[in-house]
Write a protein that binds this ligand. Structure first.
Ligand code: HEM
Ligand SMILES: [Cu+2]
Length: 553
């Protein structure tokens, strides 16, 4: 027997010999199955969501009363840095990538992602990046630089410990993970669709994952470059962002926001995709204006690459630049509006079922609309001059990120949970979760707009009494407290239903896309036979051979 073969059989014998927990651990840590990797991503992100949520609650407790001394100022700065970093890099992006990993191959009738081992690398790099960032606590304290890490605060002069280096290294490593995931999605979606599935027939979620991945490819490298530059500044005496030695703080902002703005679309496009799968199924109608929706997604991806300096109106750009960036930002509302009206048109005249996925989709639609409107306000430069870096901005971006990404995501998680586990979630717990989240969310982030207009700056650890800010801060903290049981219910629901939920069957929602054509949970190879599709709703065609969609498309 050749040596390599001998080794392989020895290895197999070890695997068989290992049993119980070791076998399970071995299986999950070495897996290259896109479904398991997807689940790992989602579970990791949920853990980080709880951590980031605790950080938020700590901050909100400190802001409950004026001149309160629950937390020292430096701890507060570390908390908002870690909270923002965690939510963006270790909750938002990985959870969407995780859901995409699980679903995209199933939806396009493929057996796996294009590069299964690179896929595993992506997950582990993201996890290790997160651990690196959190290891900064071992240096005596987390970084206190904000998730945007504005120069020159990140220079050695102002951030003396290794915490800031660990932050930069962690984002570098997790950035590699994100990039590999993006490449993998693009190659998979462009190259591995089952026969008959032209680009015009891919499920909408896959389409949004494609464009999110394009944005990842364009946005992460400038961030990587900026992080390398900051590490050079801090450790090898370079002066890119060192304003005391001729460096430019302005340069950091350009590099950072050239990443940072597309990032918000990376976080919201997949949520658009999930909503576009759910609304048709729960309205019993086809997605209205598929082609327009597809074009609008591409337009959002393109336009949003050219608007980054709307985060920089108050640094003192020229009037011409202000004008350009304001106009370009407002332009994004056109394709977004197209999407919005298409979702409404999909529901119009439909038979709407208010099961939990649809409820969260409704939450998404109404909340995202409001967040979009305050975004339009902020895009107008003179308005922005007044409210930049005020609590109004904090209210706005949480409204978009939670109202958009998180509501969309919960809609998706409730919709696809039966596919992943073979069991239904408890609908009662889901409804409680929804209403608590909605009410808590409005109470938390609504008043922030008002305290912002009343002049409260963001990132302050305390404030003076008698400015009229107390009551708004107290409502905000109350709202955050109401959100806590909502997230807890979700965690309880996914664990409880995994063991006790009613069996789901292959297609519990009577849906139309390919993931529902296989068993729940799907076998390792996804589909016994390679499928052939003829329309955008292959399962409709299967269920209605007398009136298939391809007659109309
Ligand atoms: C229970 C829900 C949440 C609460 C109560 C909350 C609360 C807060 C608070 C108090 C701040 C500091 C504001 C300031 O003083 O500038 C903050 C900042 C931030 N939050 Fe949240 N947050 C929540 C969820 C989220 C989620 C889900 C995301 C993203 C997906 C997110 C992203 C951010 C970001 C990026 C910052 C900016 C951090 C910085 O200025 O460095 N938050 N949040
Ligand atoms: Cu932006």
């Amino acid at each position: 027997m050749a040596i390599a073969e001998q080794r392989r059989t020895d290895y197999q014998r070890q695997v068989v010999a290992a049993s119980g927990w070791t076998a399970i651990l071995h299986d999950w840590t070495t897996t290259v199955d896109h479904k398991k990797i997807g689940i790992l991503y989602v579970l990791m992100s949920l853990v980080f969501l709880v951590i980031g949520g605790c950080e938020a609650i700590l901050m909100r407790s400190q802001l409950l009363f004026p001149r309160y001394d629950f937390l020292p100022p430096d701890t507060f700065n570390q908390l908002f840095t870690m909270h923002g970093t965690t939510m963006v890099f270790f909750v938002g992006m990985p959870i969407l990538i995780g859901v995409g990993n699980y679903l995209v191959p199933l939806m396009i009738g493929a057996r796996d992602m294009a590069f299964p081992r690179m896929n595993a690398l992506g997950f582990w790099a993201t996890l290790f990046g997160g651990l690196l960032v959190y290891s900064s606590y071992a240096t005596g304290g987390a970084p206190a630089i904000g998730w945007f890490a504005y120069a020159p605060l990140t220079e050695r002069t102002f951030a003396r410990t290794a915490a800031t280096d660990l932050w930069a290294l962690g984002l570098l490593v997790s950035g590699i993970g994100t990039l590999t995931a993006g490449i993998n999605f693009i190659v998979t979606i462009l190259g591995m669709r089952c026969p008959g599935m032209t680009l015009r027939k891919i499920p909408f979620f896959a389409w949004t994952m494609l464009w999110t991945s394009v944005q990842i490819l364009l946005a992460i490298p400038p961030l990587t470059a900026a992080l390398v530059m900051v590490l050079l500044d801090r450790n090898l005496g370079a002066h890119f962002f060192d304003t005391q030695n001729g460096g430019s703080a302005y340069l950091w902002q350009h590099l950072f926001w050239f990443f940072g703005h597309p990032e918000v679309y990376i976080l919201v496009l997949p949520a658009f995709g999930m909503i576009s799968e759910i609304i048709p199924v729960f309205s019993r109608k086809v997605l209205f204006g598929y082609e327009f929706m597809a074009a609008a997604t591409a337009a959002i991806a393109f336009i949003s690459m050219g608007v980054w300096s709307h985060h920089m109106f108050t640094v003192g750009m020229s009037k011409t630049l202000d004008l350009y960036f304001a106009a370009a930002s407002l332009l994004v509302s056109i394709p977004t509006g197209i999407k919005f009206f298409n979702w409404l048109a999909t529901m119009y005249g439909g038979k709407i079922r208010f099961a939990s996925p649809m409820l969260f989709a409704f939450g998404f639609l109404s909340m995202f609309l409001i967040g979009g409107l305050t975004g339009i306000m902020l895009a107008i430069a003179p308005f922005n001059f007044q409210l930049s870096d005020s609590y109004f901005v904090v209210g706005h971006f949480h409204w978009v990120l939670i109202g958009g990404t998180l509501f969309g995501l919960f809609a998706g998680l409730h919709y696809w949970y039966p596919k992943v586990t073979g069991r239904m979630l408890s609908e009662r717990m889901a409804q409680w979760q929804f209403w608590l989240l909605l009410i808590g969310f409005i109470l938390t982030f609504g008043p922030m707009h008002i305290s912002g207009i009343l002049g409260m700056p963001r990132r302050i650890y305390t404030y003076e009494p008698d400015r009229g800010w107390e009551v708004w801060n107290q409502i905000t903290t109350l709202g955050a407290a109401i959100q806590v049981p909502s997230y807890a219910l979700f965690v309880i629901n996914i664990v409880w239903s995994y063991f006790k939920g009613p069996l789901a069957g292959d297609d519990p929602w009577n849906a139309w896309t390919l993931e529902w054509a296989t068993t729940s949970p799907p076998p390792a190879y996804n589909f016994e036979q390679i499928l052939v599709v003829k329309s955008r709703r292959p399962l409709w065609d299967l269920k209605h051979p007398d009136d298939p969609d391809w007659n109309y498309e």
